[in-house]
Design a protein. Structure first.
Length: 319
């Protein structure tokens, strides 16, 4: 494994911060493919950091025991917003900037924007395929999924089916996505999968281990890793179109008490949870599934307000 500093800067307090890339080179002069894994754009999303750790550990052992397996290149960017990761905050410290909104031609004088451009440049020169890891926010728990903007789906779905996730959600091209890393890499003709799983400031080891198997399978399927023993079979995801996603909202302010976890076969009318009055304990709302399908998002943070998202259901899914 080779380690390289792709960007560095000095904080207002004088600390030197480095953004690192760890690479597993190919034995071939011309690698079959080059795959990059990026984590930590938001410092409170720790699932991807842990997945990168697992991936680095696995590939290091494979490099030691089967160096001939590396027919392509693998590049791992374990935490590209290291200060934010160190303190568990979503935004770039000091500046309170969303780092994943700095890739669409924003103010190039800001430190975050400068680092974003350096990261983009390095990825464009190092990768044919990019995986961008994310977790949910502090309020919602997400099943392992890939989110794809309409227009990129024809290229990305054939890659996404190898990743051992539960679903691929194709959604409309909202303006806010145009400044993200994933959108701009795809616009640059470098296929980039955005994986979202779990919840902020938590690590779900079950989800992480599943995605690790998916990443190893992806490396195998695109020819980066070639071994005598093929990877274990992975879960085939369901493809979800925008019209299939039903959102469940709270009608009241209060405490949401969940009665079910993520569930692939929730039935219409089944109870998801209840919203209770924090003052007197009375039930304000029984929250039920409006449609049968896959409950792939569930509320974890109990404090809610009118309109707060409590869950998402992919309807009309046969599993």
């Amino acid at each position: 494994m080779q380690s390289q500093t792709i960007s560095s800067y000095q904080t207002p307090s004088g600390q030197r911060v480095e953004i690192l890339k760890q690479s597993f080179p190919s034995l071939r002069k011309r690698p079959v493919k080059r795959v990059a894994f990026v984590s930590g754009l938001h410092g409170n999303e720790l699932e991807g950091v842990y997945i990168c750790h697992l991936l680095t550990k696995h590939l290091s052992e494979l490099q030691r025991t089967q160096p001939e397996a590396f027919q392509g290149e693998t590049h791992i960017y374990p935490t590209v917003n290291p200060q934010a990761t160190a303190i568990g905050t979503r935004l770039w410290p000091f500046l309170s900037i969303d780092y994943n909104r700095q890739f669409g031609g924003s103010d190039e004088n800001s430190l975050a924007s400068k680092c974003a451009q350096e990261l983009m440049h390095d990825l464009k020169s190092s990768a044919d395929i990019v995986i961008d890891f994310h977790a949910s926010n502090l309020h919602l728990k997400e099943t392992p999924q890939i989110r794809i903007t309409e227009g990129f789906h024809k290229k990305l779905i054939p890659l996404g089916v190898h990743c051992n996730i539960d679903l691929i959600w194709v959604h409309p091209p909202f303006p806010m996505f145009k400044s993200t890393l994933g959108y701009n890499m795809n616009q640059s003709k470098i296929p980039t999968l955005v994986i979202e799983t779990g919840i902020a400031l938590r690590i779900n080891q079950n989800f992480s281990n599943r995605i690790l198997l998916g990443m190893l399978n992806l490396l195998y399927q695109v020819g980066v890793i070639v071994t005598n023993n093929p990877p274990v079979p992975v879960n085939h995801p369901i493809i979800v179109q925008p019209s299939q996603v039903i959102q469940v909202h709270s009608k009241h302010a209060g405490l949401f008490i969940g009665h079910t976890d993520i569930k692939k076969n929730i039935a219409k009318g089944e109870v998801i949870g209840e919203v209770v009055n924090a003052k007197n304990g009375l039930t304000l709302q029984e929250v039920t599934a409006a449609e049968s399908g896959f409950l792939f998002t569930v509320r974890e943070h109990p404090l809610v307000y009118p309109g707060a998202l409590l869950g998402r259901i992919a309807k009309d899914i046969i599993t």
